[in-house]
Design a protein. Structure first.
Length: 124
């Protein structure tokens, strides 16, 4: 039983570090208003809801859509308000506030089982 305990601790640390590294990269991309950097974390297909647009897009098309939003709303900063892990069949998600030249927008990021962004929502 002890070998399993010793093995589980390093695995937990590896997975925790990966999740922290990923959320840090996502936060940095949002903070800079860099759609290409954010797109690295997109699933192959994802649901995108930005203001009046709502659709299911490929990763590349989603990057373009987010880039268009950033071009019209210059990003001043991003602050993550909440991050949850997947539990009881529910997806992991992140909530945050995106400060731009045109106001503050609430952002929602939902993750799939591979910890890729499967849905992004940006609302006023």
């Amino acid at each position: 039983m002890k070998p399993r305990t010793y093995l589980s601790i390093p695995l937990f640390l590896v997975f925790s570090t990966l999740a922290f590294s990923q959320s840090t990269g996502i936060d940095a991309a949002l903070n800079k208003g860099n759609a290409a950097d954010l797109g690295v974390f997109f699933a192959e297909k994802l649901d995108v809801s930005i203001l009046d647009f709502d659709g299911s897009l490929s990763s590349d098309a989603a990057v373009t859509r987010v880039q268009d939003f950033f071009a019209q709303n210059a990003v001043k900063g991003y602050k993550r308000a909440h991050l949850t892990a997947a539990t009881a069949g529910r997806s992991a998600y992140t909530l945050g506030d995106l400060s731009t030249s045109t106001g503050t927008y609430r952002t929602y990021l939902y993750y799939d089982s591979k910890q890729k962004i499967s849905e992004i929502r940006i609302e006023k």
